[in-house]
Write a protein that binds this ligand. Structure first.
Ligand SMILES: NC(=O)C1=CN([C@@H]2O[C@H](COP(=O)(O)OP(=O)(O)OC[C@H]3O[C@@H](n4cnc5c(N)ncnc54)[C@H](O)[C@@H]3O)[C@@H](O)[C@H]2O)C=CC1
Ligand SMILES: O=C(O)C1=N[C@H](C(=O)O)C[C@H](O)C1
Length: 245
């Protein structure tokens, strides 16, 4: 297999995890100046992408063209970019692509629990907290959580969260993602954290996940590397590989 973004925080952690896995062989480790052709030249069947939002879609199309399965952890995807990959895969039967905003088991469970709870609370807001070197906000995980929560609330006929704000500074109420408020904190010392706050009169439920170390993402990454060769087409979210989707 191959790792794209191998010199980065997640890419280097993935390289170490793959090297420690007896059933996987790392044949290519690429970073920004490397030609993607090295992936096929090395005979990789699966490539993991932990690069940057501005290049990940191009990488995936090149991998699909080369018949290489892709496990994508890079964020910054939207409906349009995912649709382009889905369309491309229609011409390449047998090739699988997973785009997952978070590979940590606890984060995937947080999203599943939040979606399950969402219909039972009048208010819901999301706070994501990350290291200050992160280039995108809100996090891909928070966006995915907001869409899942919004979908569950719409399906149950629940109104958007009440909010009487008439006057506020720009950004004070966070970003509105699919009718759910998302707040992004960037703080030295943090790794990757998310809280889903659910409120009713007289009670609050907080669902919180903390990744203290990037090793927390590795079991999910390796699971996906092993499964994608038998999952053709586009899969969005690790929850589908864990039977939680
Ligand atoms: N899905 C998940 O579980 C997780 C996803 N992420 C996401 O993964 C991405 C990477 O995060 P970090 O590793 O923290 O960033 P980073 O900045 O440490 O690493 C990115 C690496 O990609 C390299 N790169 C840039 N363009 C490239 C190209 N064209 N080809 C190959 N390599 C290229 C950079 O030189 C750098 O080494 C971000 O989008 C982040 O949000 C991060 C943690 C977990
Ligand atoms: O950049 C990060 O660090 C992370 N990015 C992903 C995201 O945007 O959701 C996953 C995790 O939160 C860490």
């Amino acid at each position: 297999m191959a790792v794209l973004g191998a010199a980065g925080r997640m890419g280097s952690t993935t390289v170490r995890a793959v090297e420690a896995a007896p059933d996987l062989e790392l044949v290519a480790a690429l970073d920004a100046t490397d030609d993607l052709a090295k992936v096929t030249a090395a005979g990789a069947q699966v490539a993991v992408d932990f690069t940057v939002p501005s290049v990940t879609e191009g990488n995936v199309h090149a991998l699909v063209d080369a018949g290489v399965h892709a496990v994508v952890g890079t964020t910054g995807w939207d409906d349009a970019s995912r649709a382009r990959v889905r369309d491309h895969l229609a011409d390449r039967p047998g090739v699988g692509v997973l785009i997952a905003p978070n590979f940590a088991l606890g984060a995937v469970l947080t999203m599943a629990f939040a979606a399950r709870a969402a219909r039972w609370f009048e208010s819901v807001e999301i706070v994501e907290l990350h290291h200050p070197d992160k280039v995108d906000a809100p996090s891909g995980t928070a966006m995915h959580t907001a869409h899942a929560v919004a979908h569950a609330r719409r399906a149950a006929g629940v109104a958007p969260s009440p909010d009487a704000t008439e006057q506020s500074l720009d950004g004070a109420r966070g970003a509105l993602v699919d009718d759910v408020r998302v707040h992004a904190v960037r703080l030295r010392g943090l790794t990757a954290h998310e809280e889903v706050l659910l409120g009713n009169p007289g009670e609050q439920l907080t669902i919180r996940h903390d990744s203290f170390d990037r090793v927390s993402f590795m079991p999910g990454v390796l699971l996906a590397v092993r499964q994608m060769p038998s999952r053709p087409g586009l899969t969005v979210g690790l929850e589908h590989l864990l039977d939680l989707g």
